[in-house]
Ligand binder design. Sequence first.
Ligand SMILES: *Cc1c(COP(=O)(O)O)cnc(C)c1O
Length: 370
Amino acid sequence: MTRAARAEIDLRALQHNLRRVRANAPRSRVMAIIKANGYGHGLVRVAQALGDVEAFGVASLDEAIELREAGISHPIVLLEGFFDNSELSPIARYGLEPVLHHPEQLAMLETARLSGSLSLWIKLDTGMHRLGFPPGAAGEALARVRGSGNAAGPVRWMTHLACADDRADGMTAHQTSAFNEALAGIEGERSIANSAGVLGWPQTHADWVRPGIMLYGVSPFVDDTASDHDLLPAMTLRSRLIAVNRFRRGDTVGYGASWTCPEDMPVGVVAIGYGDGYPRHAQPGTPVLVGGSRVPLIGRVSMDMVTVDLRGCPGAGIGDEVVLWGEGLPVEEIAGHASTIAYELLCGVAQRVRQVETAVETPGQLRDSG
Ligand SMILES: *Cc1c(COP(=O)(O)O)cnc(C)c1O
């Protein structure tokens, strides 16, 4: 028998969340961000489910080629551009759109002899201080791109927000005006907004929005959850109980014997652990759904198993369905109990966890995919 741990990917939730992007930013085109294997949901499957977008954004050439080879013909933006010369000819061949953020890349572009010209983006650093040209260097970067003879059509412009997840932070307004001022009088489409920009900062919508996390049904904000924005979780991490044991008051559970039974009680063992991407730092008390009821995690998370307190669920038995996050249990909440963010949990689901998609055409039917 195969292991019970599996990640169910709800393609209709992805499509619903895309409609939420459109409803929030009706005048903008959508570049769906699907880097890191579609935030752990499967790169190609996510691209196919979101076929209605105007472009996709990925982090590397490998991801873009995987999409092309799967027949995805949309514009694909390489958010970090290229890392060395050798990537330029495949970029041209596959018709990809790199983001230029560094003078080294301009130099590579100037010396490249390509089979065709490239659609290019230039990234400005308006305060994130990670990637991008200083706003004052926009004109010079543009001149070098044009002078290279390798650019097709007008260059497009982007910047990335550092603090948009906090609606009280002044950084977003500062970054937005720095971007707009740097580009005053310069032609070309503009893009500022990530998910938090889409949902919380209409002034950042511009020509293109770049939602990632909200497509997967997670709120980008620090102080609310997905349901506040009518987003549906696209991933439900499920497993089953593989043992139910009764222990005595004073018995300890798991590595380090760190948890002690306060009374005689049933303890369930779930087939999920940090080897599957369940966070090892999830604290005792982290909620888990057993047969639909919330029960608390107890003891330490091990590689293949976690233990749960079944006092609130006395009828539970071997084989019962368990939800670790997703439907009925927001991943944001689990992230909070593990001192991390939902992005990390979604991206971290391990290869050994089977992914099962819920088909769009035939609701309710499951298609197994590796
Ligand atoms: C990852 C990323 C996004 C998407 O951010 P979310 O917070 O997931 O919406 C947008 N733009 C760039 C440049 C990114 O790297």
